[in-house]
Design a protein around this ligand. Structure first.
Ligand SMILES: N[C@@H](CCC(=O)N[C@@H](CS)C(=O)NCC(=O)O)C(=O)O
Length: 211
């Protein structure tokens, strides 16, 4: 059975979402950084970076949450999250690289400012500057979502999942995407998916048990 090391309160959320979308059985092996679980020799043997998540599927060990999702999509998502065709696969990689390079540094910066920066050290201009950088990305998404319901056409694919989960962090930093109605409607539709809701509930229960 697939093992996912991490927690639903980490970037492992996005892998659990993909696994749930495909209805795959998997085991979550709790690795909680604040307990030092990610620095044990056993864990470092799986992921020398000492970060979560890590996926183990038989002989395959993968790190980097967005790359883990490419593995899950390519291996198990044919015709579902992973549409047929080399061009479609390249487009999923395009959106994945975009999510990791163009979006996450900004949205994670927003989340980190709210969650990890002590209130007395926060500077309002930090979130304002990140918001200014995010706006052109929202315009870009609007161009694609003006054409279709989802990023690669009308069907929901891994491209949508990869971008939507990274965009989530903007909301955690209080950035509203409401001024971009197409993006907002698409993001809400992603959030309404049963697989997303299931992991959101799991995360809430995890956070309550591990404040
Ligand atoms: N780019 C990596 C980032 C992994 C990462 O930084 N994970 C955080 C939790 S979301 C972590 O392991 N933090 C603990 C640490 O860095 O010690 C990925 O997407 O998997």
């Amino acid at each position: 059975m697939i093992k996912l090391y991490g927690s639903p309160a980490s970037r492992g959320f996005r892998n659990m979402w993909a696994l749930e979308e495909l209805g795959l059985p998997y085991e979550i092996v709790r690795v909680i950084p604040k307990n030092g679980d990610n620095k044990t020799p056993e864990y470092l043997a799986l992921n020398p970076a000492g970060k979560i998540p890590t996926l183990v599927d038989g002989d395959v060990t993968m790190s980097e949450s967005l790359a883990i999702n490419l593995y899950i999509g390519q291996t198990y998502g044919q015709g579902k999250l992973w549409p047929a065709g080399d061009d479609a696969h390249a487009k999923i990689i395009q959106w994945t690289v975009w999510a990791g390079n163009e979006l996450e540094p900004i949205t994670y910066g927003m989340l980190a400012d709210k969650m990890f920066t002590a209130p007395q050290d926060r500077k309002p201009e930090t979130l304002v500057a990140l918001g200014e950088r995010l706006k052109p990305r929202m315009e870009l998404l609007t161009i694609y979502l003006d054409r279709h319901k989802n990023l690669m056409g009308d069907a929901f694919t891994l491209a949508d999942l990869q971008v939507a989960c990274v965009l989530d962090y903007a909301g955690r930093g209080d950035f509203s995407i409401a001024p971009w109605p197409k993006v907002h409607a698409w993001h809400e539709a992603c959030h309404a998916r049963p697989a997303y809701k299931k992991i959101t509930d799991l995360r809430a229960a995890f956070v309550q048990a591990n404040p």
